[in-house]
Design a protein around this ligand. Structure first.
Ligand SMILES: Nc1ncnc2c1ncn2[C@@H]1O[C@H](COP(=O)(O)OP(=O)(O)O)[C@@H](O)[C@H]1O
Ligand SMILES: [Mg+2]
Length: 257
C-alpha cells in the first residue's frame, strides 16, 4: 500500500528530527536544501510509485548531493542519491556533459535542467557499467534529480570506502579494479573519470565502483585523458601497499593497443 497523507507527515517529522540532530550548521543547511518543497514532492512520487517505502538514515552529505539508505515495502534496502540544486558545482559538471555524444544538443545554462541531466546521466552510466559486468550498484530508478540504486552495505551500516579499509590482498583488489576499468572501456565504451579510493566501496572483500555521474563515453574529447587519470589514481593509491602498477602498460592493456 502506498504512503498516505498521514505517513507523509510522519516522514516530514523524521527528516525534521535528522535536521535537528545535525549540529554542524553547514550540514543542517544541506538538509534544508535537499528537503525543499520541490524535492519533497519528488520523493513523494517515489513513495507513491512504490519504488521506496521509507528513508532509514542518512549515509553521506557530499558537496553536490546527499545519499540516504531507504527501504522498500518488502524490506529490501536501497540507496537514494539526491542532488542539491543550490550548491552544485555547475561549471565542473558542464565539462562532463558537453562533449559526451549523448548530450551534444544540450544547452547547459539552466541549473535545474543541468542537475536533472546529471542525474539521468549517472543512472544511464550505472546501467552501462552494470550490463557489462562492472561491479557497480544496480540502477533501480531515477526521477528528476534523484537516483535510486542498490544499497552497498550490511543491514547495519553502509560499506566503507576503499580508503578506510585495510586490505588483506591489495594486489588482487587493484587487479579487480583495473579489470573493471578495462571492461567498462572495452565493452561499454565508458570511462569513469573520477576513480579514486573515495569512489570504491568494499563489500565483503570485493570492490564496488560508485559515483559515476561524471563518467563519459570514449568519444568525449577528454575521455583518454581522464582514463589516464583514473589509472594513475589507482596506481598512486596502491603504492602505499607496495603494489607496483605500471600505468603505461595498464593503459595499453585497457585500450587494447
Ligand atoms: N549505493 C550505495 N550504497 C551505499 N553507500 C553509498 C552508495 N552510494 C554512495 N554511497 C555512500 O555515499 C558517499 C557519497 O556518494 P558518492 O556517489 O560518492 O557521491 P559524492 O562523492 O558526489 O558525494 C559514498 O562515499 C558512499 O559512502
Ligand atoms: Mg564520491
Amino acid at each position: 500500500m502506498p504512503r498516505t497523507d498521514a505517513t507523509l507527515q510522519l516522514f516530514e517529522r523524521e527528516i525534521d528530527a535528522w535536521r535537528i540532530r545535525k549540529k554542524d550548521s553547514s550540514e543542517r543547511k544541506s538538509y534544508d536544501e535537499v528537503f525543499n518543497q520541490q524535492n519533497l514532492m519528488r520523493i513523494y512520487k517515489l513513495f507513491s510509485d512504490g519504488v521506496i517505502d521509507r528513508f532509514d538514515f542518512p549515509i553521506s552529505t557530499g558537496k553536490e548531493g546527499n545519499v540516504f539508505r531507504a527501504s522498500t515495502l518488502k524490506g529490501e534496502h536501497l540507496a537514494v542519491k539526491i542532488y542539491r540544486t543550490a550548491t552544485s558545482t555547475f561549471g565542473e559538471m558542464a565539462k562532463y556533459i558537453q562533449g559526451d555524444p549523448r548530450y551534444f544538443r544540450v544547452k547547459t545554462k539552466n541549473k535545474n535542467r543541468l542537475i536533472m541531466i546529471w542525474a539521468e546521466k549517472e543512472y544511464l552510466n550505472l546501467d552501462l557499467f552494470y550490463r557489462v559486468g562492472v561491479r557497480v550498484p544496480k540502477p533501480i530508478a531515477y526521477h528528476a534529480n534523484i537516483i535510486v540504486m542498490e544499497y552497498i552495505g550490511s543491514d547495519k551500516e553502509p560499506a566503507r570506502q576503499l580508503r578506510n579499509v585495510t586490505l588483506d590482498d591489495p594486489e588482487e583488489i587493484s587487479r579487480k579494479i583495473l579489470n573493471y576499468v578495462k571492461l567498462g572501456y572495452q565493452k561499454a565504451n565508458i570511462v569513469h573519470s573520477d576513480l579514486s579510493e573515495f569512489n570504491v566501496l568494499m563489500l565483503d572483500g570485493e570492490p564496488v565502483l560508485i559515483d559515476v555521474g561524471q563518467a563519459v563515453l570514449k568519444e568525449h574529447p577528454f575521455a583518454e585523458e581522464w582514463l589516464e587519470r583514473d589509472v594513475s589514481n589507482v596506481a598512486r593509491y596502491f603504492r602505499r601497499y607496495k603494489v607496483d602498477i605500471d600505468v603505461k602498460a595498464e593503459l595499453k592493456e585497457i585500450r587494447g593497443k
